[in-house]
Design a protein around this ligand. Structure first.
Ligand code: GDP
Length: 305
């Protein structure tokens, strides 16, 4: 399966270290718990989330009285999945359908350069289209020529139109054009690539507020979603970026990319636990098909084999 294959490196690293953590032990005792703590902290899960996991395992072991070490993976799988389920809601909107209540549905995408923003937009466009939606993209990252060109390239690949202006144009004006065109063409979903740069908090807020205000002249509820893209292979940096963007914008969902090339996939568990914002998509490769809707339980099951 794509998920298992994409998470291979993370899975291998984790399972290897878990088997070391229980080596020579028949039960999950305090030593094992200490070892587990180290495994998770060094797997980019993050300290807070690690402590929550250890606490749950400890309670579970106490409650079940005797837990053989061979059952550790199953226990971790259950406890981590339950822990994540208690947090943010999982997106109910599966399979790239869009709400029927309004049209166009507007998704604004933010994130720093290089995290895989354009690639994610291209993959989303392809999947929304495949699901039967009329899709339109807006190249409102007007700051770099390459950003506009790359989005156009993805537009060709996904076979969806891209609305653009020239390099250096006002992002708000591009967003306005895109919505106008989407309305005229009866599009179901619009994805706006923004130059949501983290030069500083105020700059970012001002820029996004302006884009938002202009869009709302045409679609009062826009944007319906603000998606922050994070590079999973950067581990703790992804946490830090999430913190900064969440403080500066009304991000309401996350995409975590590049999980295929890294052993740092534990970052998804940490981010999903720490932020009350749902992880909606995960990126598992460079190809147009390599984006999946994130399901907590399925993800955790894939990691613990
Ligand atoms: P942007 O600057 O944020 O728009 O980033 P791009 O979309 O241009 O992506 C930067 C690089 O990351 C490109 O080489 C992409 O092919 C690569 N990339 C994006 N998503 C993924 C992913 O899920 N897996 C892998 N392996 N590479 C990815």
């Amino acid at each position: 399966e794509t998920l298992d294959k994409g998470l291979e490196k993370t899975q291998r690293g984790l399972l290897d270290r878990l088997s070391h953590a229980i080596a020579g032990k028949s039960t999950i005792d305090d030593d094992v718990l200490d070892n587990l703590e180290e495994v998770f902290v060094t797997s980019d899960v993050g300290v807070d989330t690690t402590l929550r996991i250890i606490d749950r395992i400890q309670k579970r072991v106490a409650r079940d009285k005797y837990v053989g070490s061979a059952e550790l993976n199953r226990l971790l799988c259950e406890e981590i999945a339950d822990m994540l389920a208690e947090n943010s809601n999982e997106s109910s909107q599966d399979d790239f359908t869009v709400p029927a209540s309004h049209k166009p549905h507007v998704i604004m995408v933010v994130g720093v350069n290089g995290v895989g923003k354009t690639t994610t937009i291209g993959k989303m466009a392809a999947q929304f289209k495949k699901a039967g939606n009329k899709v339109m993209l807006g190249a409102a990252d007007t700051f770099r020529a390459a950003a506009i060109e790359q989005l156009e390239e993805w537009g060709r690949r996904a076979d969806v139109p891209v609305i653009k202006q020239k390099l250096g144009a006002d992002p708000a004006s591009v967003a306005f054009d895109t919505l106008q065109s989407a309305i005229a063409n009866n599009a179901d979903v619009v994805i706006i690539d923004t130059a949501g740069r983290l030069h500083n908090k105020k700059g970012l807020m001002d820029e996004l507020t302006k884009v938002k205000n202009v869009m709302q002249k045409l679609v009062p509820e826009a944007p319906h979603e603000i998606l922050l893209v994070l590079d999973g292979s950067t581990g703790q940096n992804a946490f830090e970026q999430a913190r900064q963007f969440v403080a500066a914008t009304q991000v309401n969902e996350l995409a975590i990319t590049k999980l295929d090339g890294t052993a740092k996939g534990g970052v998804v568990i940490g981010i999903s636990d720490q932020f009350k914002i749902p992880v909606k998509y995960i990126g598992l490769g460079e190809g147009i098909e390599d984006l999946q809707v994130f399901h907590k339980r399925e993800f955790v099951e894939s990691l613990f084999g």
